[in-house]
Design a protein around this ligand. Sequence first.
Ligand SMILES: [Zn+2]
Length: 262
Amino acid sequence: MRIIDKVSLFYQTFKGEKSIIGNSLFGLPIYCITVRKSDFPIIVVQSGMHAREHITTLLSIRLAQDFYNFGRVGTVHFIPLINPDGVCICENFNRLYKANGRGVDLNVNFPARWGMGEFNKIISGDSDFIGEYPLSEKESSLLCEYTLKVKPNMTVSYHAKGEEIYWEFGQKGNMRKRDKSIANAVARETGYKVKLTPNSTGGYKDWCVQQLKIPALTIEVGADELEHPIGEEYLDSIYQKNKGVLNVLTNALTEKIWLKNL
Ligand SMILES: [Zn+2]
């Protein structure tokens, strides 16, 4: 079954709150699952932004079902497949494809030092094309719009691969301390490594940090030696490492762990 069909099936059969935040360039629905256990903290979890990293979509629907069944604190908005067009291209034509339906890499299309990244390209293609202007794409602008609407206290972006966590985008002072300690908490939970990516700009996480001043993590799942796209046979081991992440995040935000340690 194709990824898009799996997400649709999950969406149709999911018993809780759900919505379609809009449609992709090719007209495919972009689904959102919302699970409300309490009013604080509010977290957005988005995945499937880079087409070949569609294992993150399957991870995300599993985390959504888990949070629905067992979550205790917080409200989480899961957007499991923000780039359905790209995933269809990846599955049908080009296994290594990362971009959206017209060759824009969504994770360099956000207004946060847009166009200043080391690997940015100004021509459309499989990856790294920044687009004609920030938020030129339906998918990236829908994600920003939705984020502004629900006003999260933090966001998580699932990508693949490398088992790394990125959190930094020029934060200073207490914000820096806060975001670093949250990243460290997730590193302890998952066994992944915290890493700085100073030459990367224009990402969703970057926009959340710079514009919204909230903690935002990019979590790269899957061992680096795996090939893109990571096969479903690895989903369970990836899930095992990530199943506690939301619990760690809701605790971290509720208890303000950055005031206690680093
Ligand atoms: Zn990615």
